[in-house]
Design a protein around this ligand. Structure first.
Ligand code: ATP
Ligand code: MG
Length: 395
């Protein structure tokens, strides 16, 4: 009898047409997340099995809880025998090690040719426990111990403990996107939600040195490293936005500063996404949160690109975003007080309902195509891992 970890896919199992691709990707992601844990991973269409060479079950479960595409994780005991007597005796051994008075046996039978059905197996195993352990009772509604038995073609798995996985799709199965990642609260949460849907992300960060500090950039990399845990790794494109931002600041009426600035950000992001085989942009905009996130602002800003822009937190309240930011451990970093390039150039009265035609007129006042070309040509790419220490050296 081998103690193993069993992974259930949940929503994944409905993806019939490309299930093999989904499962192969999930296996790769599981292996990557457990690369330091000395494990072997196997799978079939119904389940994934992780065999451990060390007694590091708790650590492995903790890591699996952060892998998208996993619905449930259980620690189980695998018996390489489907003979009912063998199962009875193994179950008795396991049950004798536990403290409980009431129990319930639930059986799933993926081998439909087995000579007993699920109910009959549960009943037989339950009766065996009642006969051999004194003082036990069956309680189907509220048992102290749930005994789960999965009967497969060549093996039987018994388990008691189950842990909820985080669901979603395996990262990479839905292609690639580019996250506009600032140091704020919203964009890391937006990134997390996109990764959850199977989108592998790269990030883009606009910095404006010397108006923005190295500390602000460090903070963004810290956030990127937190997303890297879910995204397997994280490639961050850093764009020097100073020249563009100064040109806008000097030449364009200040109420349109933010609108034009964001149109430039979108244009650059769309090009970087295309150059890196990204299909979508992802950002942390939320309807009505600030002047640049009214519906008319979004329309005027969004109109400069053709690539789809996904806004996972568009309809969330700030309190809902904060709750999620705390859950994924980005909140404390996001609230560190470093200026980002938007907060420095914020006008007193930003336009709430910008006009597209005015944007186009104002943009003629600066050589934006040239400036964008230059910013993209000189941009820096940083590979951020999920270990913060490794990128500190890069600064
Ligand atoms: P906050 O949590 O304070 O709202 P934010 O990052 O959401 O922070 P916003 O001004 O609301 O800031 O910006 C809207 C979105 O635009 C961000 O969620 C992010 O996706 C993108 N963005 C803003 N500034 C930058 C930047 N410097 N680099 C990359 N993306 C940015
Ligand atoms: Mg915001």
């Amino acid at each position: 009898m081998e103690k193993i970890i069993l992974i259930k896919y949940g929503e994944l199992s409905t993806k019939k047409a490309n299930i093999n691709f989904f499962l192969k990707t999930l296996k790769d992601n599981v292996e990557r997340s457990l690369k330091t844990e000395d494990v072997t991973v196997n799978y079939d269409k119904g389940r994934m099995f992780v065999s451990l060479n060390k007694d590091n079950f708790d650590l492995v479960v903790e890591k699996l809880k952060k892998v998208f595409g996993i619905h449930e994780i259980v620690i189980g005991y695998k018996i390489e025998d489907t003979d009912l007597n063998a199962i009875k005796s193994h179950l008795l051994t396991l049950a004798q090690e536990k403290e409980f008075k009431t129990f319930k046996v639930e059986t799933k039978r993926s081998d439909k040719t087995y000579h007993l059905n699920s109910m009959e197996i549960s009943r037989t195993l339950g009766a065996h426990l009642l006969k051999n352990i004194e003082g036990l009772k069956v309680d189907v509604h509220n048992p102290e111990l749930n005994i789960n038995v999965e009967l497969r073609k060549n093996a039987c798995i018994i388990y008691f403990e189950r842990y909820e996985g985080i669901g979603g799709y395996p990262v990479g199965t839905l292609g690639k996107g580019l996250l506009m990642l600032s140091g704020g609260i919203d964009s890391p949460v937006a990134g997390y939600l996109a990764i959850k849907r199977g989108v592998k992300l790269e990030g883009i960060y606009f910095e404006s040195p010397p108006h923005t500090s190295v500390a602000a950039k460090n903070k963004v990399m810290d956030l990127a490293s937190k997303l890297a845990v879910y995204n397997n790794d994280f490639k961050l494109h850093v764009i020097n936005f100073t020249e563009i931002q100064e040109a806008i600041f000097k030449n364009i009426p200040h109420e349109y500063l933010i609108t034009i600035m964001r149109r430039m950000m979108y244009r650059i992001s769309a090009i970087i996404a295309k150059n890196n085989r990204g299909h979508i942009l992802v950002n942390g905009e939320s309807i009505g949160q600030v002047a640049s996130q009214t519906l008319t602002s979004m329309e005027v800003i969004n109109s400069v690109v053709n690539i789809p822009v996904i806004r996972p937190v568009a309809c969330f309240d700030k309190t809902e975003i904060i709750k999620l930011a705390k859950e994924i451990d980005t909140y404390e970093t996001s609230i560190l007080p470093f200026e980002d390039c938007c907060t420095i150039f914020v006008p007193e009265h930003p336009v709430i309902n910008p006009e597209k035609i005015k944007c186009e007129e104002y943009e003629k006042l600066i050589p934006w195509e040239e400036l964008i070309y230059k910013a993209i040509k000189n941009h820096e790419v940083i590979k951020v891992s999920d270990k913060k220490e490794q990128y500190n050296e890069l600064l």
